[in-house]
Design a protein around this ligand. Structure first.
Ligand code: ASP
Length: 447
């Protein structure tokens, strides 16, 4: 076997396989075939076994359930037996030798003895990583040796990068389980749910991969939610900045925090489908040519259920600190604001309706005391929809097209906000118009 090493011109690809891609022996076989198709694929980050069919359990959920039951003094035999049989059936059907019975017994004892939720949940990736390494005859590297967290649970990026770089520098094909790492006291800590995506990005950065392939059960991103737009087009190429706008608005395939490690160093990510490996998927990169691009927009995403706190005050624009004082009140109540469109003498703060509900009265009172607006109105049940696209930059007709499409569909625009990046046009509409707005904009730009 030829090994890669830093400084060599050989291509290196890091692959991450999601839970459904490694849920059964059959899926393991597909993964092995995918890896064999390109010798540059020498690092694999697996998730825990996910659902094999709709209604099935994800191993991670079962592990959390075991830990909760144990904590509450109840028996966790049933979910644990389920976990045990999932792993043993993968091992036995693939004819593997790795002795995971001892590991399973140890995990069971640790959970019974009061192990915490992070430890319990992490064992899904740990065991799946061991199985996969055995199946591929690759090296297994426990993530607890290469992914470091600080005492407060934040990710220790520098230490991780240094240690991981050193340990993976030999270029030996390696399996690094996703989702977890270690705290300074030696205990296991996990990223938030779906965090194996982050591990994959971290490994990509450490080995200076040419590409980070994220294998899942969809063929990349769609231009709009298929529950709203029938058969939306696939996005073949998108920039990290565009994706950030779309995922902030609710489009999810990739864990949001997985973009940063690779984005920073300019490594492209590709979303690929394990069940349809011929499909090129969606390429996410730092920059892409702006022209020519067809369609002009890259995607549309949105959310319902916002509240808009709208303030008016004569001569507001001359009053230094007005916006800061208003935002500080939201901060005091732990509410983050989503948007803040403003006019000359008006300012609106868009927040989640759910977050606002419990402190609505108090916030209204505080705003009145603090900045004495002439009027204060709260509009509830608003949707925020972002039309995103690098092709809209310098394209002066885009905003007009969004608004004329909406007006033709009889939709009342309640709010407009064009980000200064010019990467998106954001509109606020009544929740009742949410779907209709997305359909109208999609039809205008895509047909
Ligand atoms: N298994 C973990 C979860 O279900 C992490 C992951 O799959 O990325 O959240």
């Amino acid at each position: 076997m030829q090994y890669n090493s830093y400084g060599s011109s050989r291509k290196t690809i890091v692959t991450k396989f999601g839970g459904s891609s490694l849920a059964s022996p059959e899926q393991f076989r597909k993964v092995k075939d995918i890896l064999a198709m390109d010798p540059a694929r020498i690092y694999v980050v697996p998730s825990a076994p996910g659902k094999r069919f709709s209604g099935d359990d994800k191993v991670t959920d079962l592990l959390y359930a075991c830990q909760r039951l144990a904590r509450d003094g109840q028996s966790f035999d049933e979910p644990f037996e389920n976990i045990r049989s999932r792993f043993l059936s993968i091992r036995d059907e693939l004819g593997l030798k790795v002795k995971i019975e001892d590991e399973l017994d140890q995990i069971c004892r640790n959970i019974a003895a009061g192990a915490d939720a992070d430890y319990a949940a992490s064992r899904g990736e740990y065991l799946n990583g061991m199985l996969l390494a055995d199946y591929l005859s690759w090296r297994f590297m426990d993530a607890a040796k290469v992914i470091f967290f600080n005492e407060d649970g934040t990710f220790n990026s520098e230490k991780t990068n240094v240690v991981m770089m050193a340990l993976l520098a030999d270029g030996i094909p390696t399996v690094v389980p996703g989702f977890y790492g270690v705290r300074p006291d030696g205990t296991v800590h996990t990223f938030s749910r779906g965090g194996s995506d982050i591990t994959g990005a971290i490994v990509s950065r450490a080995v200076r991969a040419d590409t980070y392939e994220n294998w899942t059960d969809v063929s990349g991103f769609l231009m709009a939610d298929p529950r709203i737009v029938e058969n939306p087009r696939e996005i073949s190429r998108i920039t990290y900045a565009e994706l950030r706008e779309l995922s902030y608005m609710g489009a999810t395939v990739l864990h949001e925090d997985a973009m940063f490690p690779v984005h920073k160093v300019g490594i492209p990510t590709i979303i690929r489908n394990t069940n349809f490996p011929e499909h090129p998927g969606t390429l996410i990169s730092l920059t892409l040519p702006v022209e020519p691009i067809e369609p002009t927009i890259t995607g549309i995403a949105g959310h319902k259920g916002f509240s808009v706190v709208a303030l008016e005050k004569a001569m507001m624009n001359g009053e230094i600190g007005f916006g800061r004082r208003v935002l500080q009140i939201f901060e005091e109540y732990g509410i983050s604001f989503e948007h803040m469109p403003s006019g000359i003498d008006s300012l609106s703060v868009v927040v989640s309706g759910e977050a606002l509900a419990p402190c609505r009265e108090a916030i209204v009172r505080r705003i009145a005391e603090e900045v004495a607006p002439d009027t204060l109105t709260i509009h509830d049940n608003m949707s925020i929809i972002a039309t995103v696209g690098r092709g809209m930059v310098n394209n002066c007709g885009s905003a007009a097209r969004v608004f004329s499409a909406m007006s033709r569909a009889g939709i009342n625009v309640r709010m407009i906000d064009q980000g200064s990046s010019e990467l998106s046009i954001i509109v606020g509409v009544d929740d009742a118009d949410f779907e209709k707005t997305i359909q109208a904009i999609y039809a205008e730009f895509v047909g």
